[in-house]
Design a binder for this molecule. Structure first.
Ligand code: PRP
Ligand code: URA
Length: 212
């Protein structure tokens, strides 16, 4: 794991190996979804390293003992539709009690501006750690707008988790939301003229749902 200010890159060999398979144009939607869930679980595991613990007393079959449990941090996983949906189960597999919010957003193909079309968050979002998930951080427009919406509704503690980030997106997101940690599996080279990440993995939504 490499941390540069508030950007954390997961350089674990297992994650890098699985990302390489995801990038391959030959990988089917079925395989793509399964790998996305596996990678999200690995990333979620590491990104929860700072969750606070509290000591409780329990009784084992042998004796009473003091032991650590999570100190009641409530979680919300918030996918940016559509592609973020592919990461939800990876978080829920590790934190089954997390609530799920949804933010609907699509990028205009010409202007690359995000267009929000839906937002439904769990109640008391301000009391939860919100993990916003989307496999791709390209210009950063979608992530910035989604986090703006969460903050407007009271969100305070927010992390953003993606697979592949473009340097342009990281810079924009850091500038707009310096309080939000950005977790990613790889920082790619740059964006092309159409706003796609190079080398990237193509359109994440289309690859997850087989729409192209
Ligand atoms: C993709 C991706 C992000 C966004 C990233 O979604 O899943 O949400 O683009 O681009 P940005 O950083 O430049 O905003 P897309 O708009 O293609 O919608 P979809 O998931 O419905 O296909
Ligand atoms: N959205 C995607 O799905 N892929 C990209 O490369 C850029 C934005």
């Amino acid at each position: 794991m490499i941390r540069m200010s508030n950007v954390i890159v997961f350089d674990h060999p297992l994650i890098q190996h699985k990302i390489s398979i995801l990038r391959d144009v030959q990988t089917s939607s079925n395989q793509f979804r399964a790998l996305l869930t596996e990678i999200t679980m690995l990333m979620c595991y590491e990104s929860m390293r700072d969750l606070p613990l509290e000591e409780v007393e329990i009784t084992t079959p042998i004796c009473k003992t003091k032991t650590n449990v999570l100190a009641g941090t409530k979680l919300a996983v918030i996918p940016i539709l559509r592609a973020g949906l592919g990461m939800v189960n990876g978080v829920l597999n590790l934190v089954p009690s997390a609530r799920v919010g949804h933010i609907g957003m699509y990028r205009d193909e010409e202007t690359l501006e995000p267009h929000p079309y839906y937002c439904k968050l769990p109640a008391n979002i301000g009391k939860r750690l919100a993990i916003v998930v989307d496999p791709m951080l390209a210009t950063g427009g979608s992530a910035i707008d989604a986090i703006n919406q969460i903050k407007e509704l009271g969100g305070q503690k927010i992390k953003f988790m993606c697979l592949i980030a473009a340097p342009e997106g990281i810079q924009a997101l850091e500038k707009a939301h310096p309080d939000v940690d950005i977790y990613c599996a790889h920082v790619d080279e740059r964006l092309n003229e159409q706003g796609y990440i190079i080398p990237g993995l193509g359109d994440a939504g289309d690859r997850i749902f087989g729409t192209k």
